[in-house]
Design a protein around this ligand. Structure first.
Ligand SMILES: Cc1cc2nc3c(=O)[nH]c(=O)nc-3n(C[C@H](O)[C@H](O)[C@H](O)COP(=O)(O)OP(=O)(O)OC[C@H]3O[C@@H](n4cnc5c(N)ncnc54)[C@H](O)[C@@H]3O)c2cc1C
Length: 490
């Protein structure tokens, strides 16, 4: 049976590998000449830049993926646990360096808020329960019927999982000091919404980031993609790169094939792993779409971002691999990005410097840095705005480092909303998909099945279980399982 997958990001590759291993004849059609989607990599002037993900959290999800094929991550890339995991720079210009070992983290908590290590233990014990309950079963559900959750005792555990309370007030119950609150709230910003609008269930993110730790695949995040690509090829998956799918062809109320500019491909089953909105609104006739434009306009999207990839012709002293610049008003930034939906006046930003860990990413004695400002999707994007924000955050980076950086920039590339639209056909230029609010979790997400075409399915960061690399890896497995159960090979 032939399966075509549109897109070769984590979700597309994940579903491709599983279905090929079960004997389906799988073809991936990808717009770019390189696989990986948001996790592509480019090389300029001797610098190797990962374009997207840099935080490797939830390592068990990657292990679980490769183990299904009797492989391990070690067969494809070398994983390093970062110590310290990351640092946060606050408004007083002091940095909070987050260690990898729990005992050291406890001491750090006690230094900042005497006695708080006890509360940290309690907080993390609850978070561990949520993580193991969630990862062992909930996140792997296809989100098609609420019966899935009855089977899992979800309703019995609803209070323990704290699905109905807010993460911000949950953290506030445990800790008073604003720095500790910021440290524990930061991980849920990955889920795309303000901590006050995120269910307390997601303290599981803090468990992953602070207890399991922050990892780094040597050679960059793209090594994970390369590993998955190799696995797919070994399993017999065919790739057509540099082919933008322009139309889904339908005959007798079924998908019949897809068309690119130069070719048509026939298929029995189609999986759309490109942005869900794009598959529906640009490739399908209106009467076969699951959702209207109005539906999408009401959804809460995770932030987009303004990115700068920089090659610096010297080593920098005060930054480490992961640096969160919370040296401006955090509440104001969150309010501007998530509620007011305007360009933040004085933004928080993230500086990733992989050359602190990995010589592959920059020439000797030089630094590879990317700077990221989270912003609301759909904002105006212009060269002037990009330059304006670059000057603001570069000055703050220089102030913190206490050294001149601007004169040492030998490579600079900016990337923002218009690029996300152009490169990924991303709705409003979103970077990370749909936010995990309560009413956009599990069965409330856009469905993996097309309700009008029995052989069209969706996967990726806009459907279950949500945004980020581990969820996208899981999403591909969910759709592959659903297909293998409903279209078994004879
Ligand atoms: C800057 C940035 C930083 C991030 N940081 C992290 C992080 O640190 N940790 C983390 O876990 N997650 C992070 N994320 C999120 C994570 O990268 C994504 O959630 C994940 O990669 C999404 O994978 P996907 O397969 O759903 O989509 P994509 O990677 O977007 O894959 C979809 C693919 O479809 C292709 N495509 C689109 N339209 C067509 C078409 N018409 N025809 C053919 N192909 C098409 C695209 O080219 C793309 O390759 C980050 C994302 C960004 C953008």
């Amino acid at each position: 049976m032939n399966v075509i997958i549109i897109g070769s990001g984590f979700a597309g590759l994940s579903s491709a590998a599983i279905l090929a291993s079960k004997g389906y004849n799988v073809r991936v059609i990808e717009k770019h000449n390189q696989i990986g989607g948001r996790a592509r990599q480019f090389n300029k002037k001797g610098y190797n830049f990962d374009m997207g993900p840099s935080w490797y959290w939830m390592p068990d999800v990657f292990d679980q993926f490769f183990n299904q094929f009797q492989k391990s991550t070690k067969d494809y890339y070398e994983l390093l646990k970062l110590d310290p995991g990351f640092q946060i720079i606050f408004e007083d210009q002091k940095n909070l360096v987050v260690p990898a070992q729990f005992e050291k983290l406890e001491s750090l908590f006690n230094e900042i808020e005497p006695g708080s290590s006890k509360m940290l233990k309690k907080f993390m014990k609850e978070a561990e329960f949520k993580y193991s309950f969630g990862m062992s079963s909930v996140v792997f559900q296809p989100g098609i019927s609420w019966m899935e959750f009855c089977k899992l005792d979800l309703f019995k555990n609803v209070f323990r999982l704290q699905i109905l309370s807010s993460y911000k007030s949950h953290v506030a119950k445990y800790f008073k000091h604003p720095k500790l609150r910021a440290l524990l709230e930061f991980p849920v910003l990955f889920l795309g919404t303000a901590p006050k609008d995120t269910p307390a269930l997601y303290s599981l993110m803090a468990y992953s980031g602070l207890i399991q730790g922050t990892f780094y695949p040597m050679g960059g995040f793209h090594q994970v993609i390369k590993g998955m690509g190799k696995l797919c090829v070994d399993l017999g998956v065919s790739f057509n790169l540099g082919q933008n799918v322009e139309e889904i062809e339908i005959k007798d109320s079924k998908v019949y094939g897809v068309k690119t500019k130069t070719k048509s491909y026939l298929t029995d089953i189609l999986i759309g792993s490109a942005d869900y909105h794009h598959i529906e609104n640009n490739l399908l006739p209106k009467n076969f779409r699951n959702y209207s434009e109005n539906y999408w306009s009401k959804k809460t999207f995770s932030p987009s971002c303004l990115l700068f990839y920089l090659g610096i012709n010297k080593k920098l002293k005060k930054i480490i691999h992961h640096n969160l610049f919370f040296d401006a008003n955090i509440e104001q930034h969150i309010d501007e990005v998530y509620s007011k939906k305007i360009w933040p006046k004085n933004p928080l930003f993230y500086a990733c410097c992989p050359s602190k860990t990995d010589p592959f990413t920059a020439p000797q004695n030089k630094e590879n840095i990317f700077l990221l400002i989270p912003i609301t999707p759909g904002l105006d994007d212009s060269k002037d705005l990009r330059d304006h924000y670059f000057n603001i955050i570069l000055k703050r980076l220089e102030d913190y480092c206490g050294e001149n950086i601007s004169d040492f920039i030998e490579y600079k590339k900016d990337y923002c909303i218009n690029d996300f639209i152009h490169d990924y056909n991303a709705y409003k230029g979103n970077a990370y998909g749909l936010a995990n609010t309560l009413f956009q979790t599990a069965n409330f997400k856009p469905s993996i099945i097309n309700k009008k075409l029995p052989n069209l399915f969706y996967t990726g960061q806009l459907t279950v279980p949500g945004p980020g690399v581990p969820p996208s890896l899981i999403s591909g497995q969910i759709v592959a399982k659903h297909i293998s159960e409903n279209f078994p090979l004879s």
